[in-house]
Design a protein around this ligand. Structure first.
Ligand code: NAP
Length: 295
């Protein structure tokens, strides 16, 4: 087994993503000699101890980060600013402050200015997840074969970036760096908009009256069911993602709405060729994902 990359890893937030990282550290080694976790509630910390996936839990973020050479924010992105404010004076010189948040410009905006001079800030986003949340939902194979995007601000120490790249490779991920604004646009279309559509379509179905709504549930076996899986995701996490990637999400939603209107027009006017062409494009995209082993 490789030498651990860090002496002490502090996870601030230990839900689906944080607990998956903890499990990689525990089950495979190579990440950190010691893992400390902090969460918002004592209930989560008690559960984490029961699960035995970290070495130590701390109720206060300040205590959790003390002496850590890697601190990873694994809470909803809306909590980052206050967390960073709390921990900044307690970060050890030379430590790496990183995160797993689904938005990156907001993280750099909220956390960047609070990072002490001697601390390396390496924002990251593992493109891996499920609709489940909390420490019971995590598993060590979550990051296997998935991309992890690093979005270091200009001037970030290259060694710190490489250490985080190695961290995620040891989790089984493929790693690349990306410019934060570009990250947010790409994620708006591949992740944030699909979630917005899923939450919306479930709401639309739920608004149907009486018998129709009952039948939606009874006969959900077709496309609707796949939307309900995505729509089962954590409300706080997704609220924060939408509010912290506002511009890119609204831009992609506007483009989508235009395209949906074009499809509606084709349906109204019986434009079979247009409809068929759009469906074929969907099929091609699905095939490309299968070819890239990302399906
Ligand atoms: P989760 O399962 O809901 O877990 C969130 C964790 O953060 C919980 O342990 C929660 O503690 C803790 N927390 C909340 N507020 C906190 C605060 N103020 N201080 C300390 N801890 C706090 O969420 P997740 O799915 O792991 O998501 C975590 C991060 O990963 C988010 O930023 C999200 O954008 C990103 N991400 C998610 C996915 C995904 O598909 N889920 C994929 C990639 C990246 P309690 O349990 O005590 O409330």
């Amino acid at each position: 087994m490789a030498e651990p990359l860090f002496r002490r890893l502090a996870l601030l937030g230990i839900g689906l993503i944080g607990s998956s990282v903890a499990r990689v550290a525990r089950e495979r080694g190579g990440l950190a000699a010691e893992v400390v976790a902090c969460a918002k509630t004592g209930r989560t910390l008690a559960r984490v101890l029961e699960l035995g996936i970290v070495d130590r839990v701390e109720e206060s973020p300040e205590k959790a980060v003390a002496g850590a050479d890697c601190v990873m924010l694994c809470a909803p992105v809306g909590a980052y600013a206050a967390l960073a404010q709390t921990i900044a004076p307690h970060l050890a010189p030379g430590c790496i402050l990183t995160d797993v948040g689904s938005t990156k410009q907001s993280v750099i905006r909220d956390v960047g200015p609070l990072v002490p001079e001697a601390v390396h800030f390496v924002p990251a986003h593992p493109l891996a997840g499920t609709e489940f949340s909390g420490p019971d939902a995590g598993f060590a194979a979550l990051f296997e074969g998935r991309w992890c995007l690093l979005t270091p601000p200009a001037g970030t120490d290259a060694d710190a970036v490489e250490r985080m790249a190695e961290f995620w490779r040891r989790c089984g991920s493929m790693v690349t760096t990306m410019e934060p604004a570009h990250h947010d646009r790409v994620l708006a279309i591949v992740s944030h908009l699909p979630h917005l559509i899923a939450f919306t379509i479930c709401g639309t179905a739920d608004d149907l009256e009486g018998e129709s709504r009952q039948e939606v549930m009874q006969f959900a076996a077709s496309g609707f069911r796949d939307f309900t899986r995505i729509a089962a995701s954590d409300p706080v996490m997704w609220r924060d993602v939408f509010l912290n990637n506002r511009e890119a999400l609204l831009e992609m939603l506007a483009r989508f709405t235009e395209d949906a209107q074009a499809m509606a027009r084709a349906v109204r006017w019986g434009d079979a060729a247009y409809i068929e062409d759009r469906i074929l494009r969907g099929r091609k995209i699905r095939q490309s994902l299968i070819d890239l082993k990302q399906a």
